[in-house]
Design a protein around this ligand. Structure first.
Ligand SMILES: Cc1cc2nc3c(=O)[nH]c(=O)nc-3n(C[C@H](O)[C@H](O)[C@H](O)COP(=O)(O)OP(=O)(O)OC[C@H]3O[C@@H](n4cnc5c(N)ncnc54)[C@H](O)[C@@H]3O)c2cc1C
Length: 500
């Protein structure tokens, strides 16, 4: 019997959107289903009274030519066409401590100069450290294998201890682990190196007009190439027949037949409620084993995000696009507490993003948008309901240290908690980076993109790709790779001829 579609893609997050784009580009009949009314999942924007706020991801990494995103932009002809403009904020990341303001530079030499200025005793280690990070090329197999071999079983803390003595310098480097959601004692050194290289040293890219422009463009291109995209449509079941994927069932009860399903949903959804009794005897054992493994895996932490509309202070100096505020050199302890499930109610360390200082179209004239991010554990709904207002007050007080007279200039204040993030993305516990990139959860066999069900692939930040998971470049990579796996499956196993 002829299937309705060649492939169904579950979820229009970055992973699902990129996968659907690569598949429609090859002329395949694709159905992309999203439970929310908008595309993007954790990478989107919303409007409040003429302010455009990025709801989750606010910055992209590895957009350089040859970088992960750079290649995807090129393959999908995204950059600079049809109004999609990606720019790089220079400088992007700034760290403010009680002693100094440090600016992350673009080149190795400039970073050695900048970091050595504040830590002259550590100059040799700083040079060696940055050389090691800059030399990691995840796209070159030999380089990647060398780094995997050297660092996959080491924590970032072990790496820092090897290069540096000054704990304050270690904390400055640890603060960027907010991009991974783990303390240095738990994050794999490999994940930290990849994050520093791809997201801090080649970071600060933003989409002019807001992140929604990127995901809306990806969504529009799926449709333009003949794909079908449905919002407010939740997938509840994945059908399996003769040991392979046979389609999906929607929350309306409607069935759709397809030879391939690419899931951008979390593994607990994909292999839990969605597969359930649909699995045949042959794959039952494998799925049961996988479900048991999933129960033992740790999701990454979540976040609280304050969205602020602020009257612009023309005297304020533009430092960078994002400021990491860590007056007491305690980022690692904060991340450890959050990872252990204790919210940082004092907001000791947080990130402030100033997107409209680089893109004025995001805010009305004379105003600016500010996003404040702090890592947070999920806890439960009741906790965030009762704590949200107080936490926002504390966050605003703390932010007043880096934004003059903030309270008197505020015109909009809104806050998302882990509960909000879970509601819009359906990520377990509002996880912002999929599975936590700990040493034990790094290996690609933990949650491989090619699953135990033939024809079922994962395309999201939940997939383990070997260098750590989470973040927009990783989700996009997972989308591209899932499409590749699906194409070869359709070509070889089901006899579909791919023309391009
Ligand atoms: C607050 C916050 C800030 C962040 N900041 C950054 C940043 O600055 N830079 C960066 O690189 N990364 C950042 N990240 C991480 C990054 O946004 C994510 O890792 C990435 O966007 C994940 O994309 P994804 O496609 O894997 O998953 P998601 O974005 O979670 O998308 C999954 C999609 O699937 C849909 N879905 C789920 N289940 C179903 C179902 N059953 N049926 C239909 N649809 C379904 C969801 O609605 C969602 O749209 C941030 C994340 C958060 C939460």
């Amino acid at each position: 019997m002829r299937a309705d579609f060649d492939a169904v893609v579950i979820g229009a997050g970055l992973g699902g959107l990129v996968a659907a784009n690569y598949l429609t580009k090859e002329g395949l009949r694709i159905l992309l289903l999203e439970q929310h009314s908008l595309p993007g999942g954790c990478c989107s924007s919303f409007t409040r009274e003429s302010f455009i706020f990025d709801s989750g991801a606010h910055s992209l990494g590895s957009c350089r030519s040859g970088g992960e995103f750079g290649n995807i932009f090129k393959d999908l002809k995204l950059n600079g066409t049809s109004g999609l403009i990606i720019r790089k904020a220079i400088p992007s990341d700034i760290v403010i401590t009680r002693d100094f303001t440090l600016t992350v530079r673009e080149t190795l030499n400039d970073n050695v100069i900048e970091f050595s200025h504040f830590f002259p005793e550590e100059r040799q280690g700083i040079r060696r450290f940055f050389f090691e990070v800059y030399s990691c090329d995840v796209r070159a197999r030999s380089s990647l294998l060398t780094y995997v071999k050297k660092y996959q079983d080491r924590t970032f803390r072990q790496m820092l201890d090897e290069y540096f003595r000054d704990e304050r310098l270690k904390q400055v480097l640890c603060v960027f682990l907010g991009n991974v959601g783990l303390p240095s004692t738990h994050v794999s050194a490999l994940r930290a190196i990849v994050m520093l290289k791809e997201f801090i040293l080649d970071g600060g890219y933003y989409v002019v007009g807001g992140m929604h422009r990127l995901v809306e463009r990806l969504a529009a291109d799926v449709v333009k190439r003949g794909g079908v995209l449905k919002y407010q449509t939740k997938v509840t079941k994945i059908l399996v027949q003769n040991g392979g994927v046979d389609g999906i069932i929607l929350d309306s009860g409607e069935q759709v037949r397809a030879k391939v399903v690419i899931s951008g949903a979390s593994p607990s959804q994909t292999f839990g409620a969605m597969l359930g009794s649909e699995v045949t005897k042959t794959t039952f054992k494998a799925v049961e084993k996988l479900q048991a493994r999933i129960r033992g895996l740790m999701p990454s932490v979540s976040a609280v995000v304050a969205y602020l509309g602020v009257k612009r202070n023309t005297d304020e100096r533009i430092l960078g696009r994002t400021i990491w505020y860590m007056p007491s050199y305690d980022a690692d302890q904060v991340y450890l507490d959050v990872f252990a499930g204790t919210p940082d109610l004092a907001c000791r360390t947080f990130l402030a993003a100033f997107p409209s200082r680089f893109d004025e179209s995001l805010a009305p004239t004379g105003y600016e948008c500010v996003n404040l991010f702090a890592l947070a554990p999920y806890v439960n709904e009741a906790f965030w309901k009762s704590t949200k207002e107080q936490l926002l007050t504390t966050l605003l007080d703390r932010a007043s240290h880096i934004i003059q007279d903030l309270r008197n200039r505020l015109v909009i204040q809104e806050m998302a908690t882990p509960v909000t993030i879970r509601r819009y993305s359906l990520n377990d516990n509002g996880a912002m980076y999929g599975l936590a990139s700990t040493l034990s959860q790094l290996h690609s066999h933990i949650m491989p993109q090619r699953t135990v069900i033939p024809g079922l692939y994962l395309a999201s930040h939940w997939a383990t790709v070997g260098t750590g998971q989470g973040g927009t470049p990783m989700a996009a990579y997972a989308g591209r790779h899932a499409a590749k796996l699906a194409l070869s499956y359709l070509e070889k196993v089901r006899g579909i001829h791919i023309s391009v």
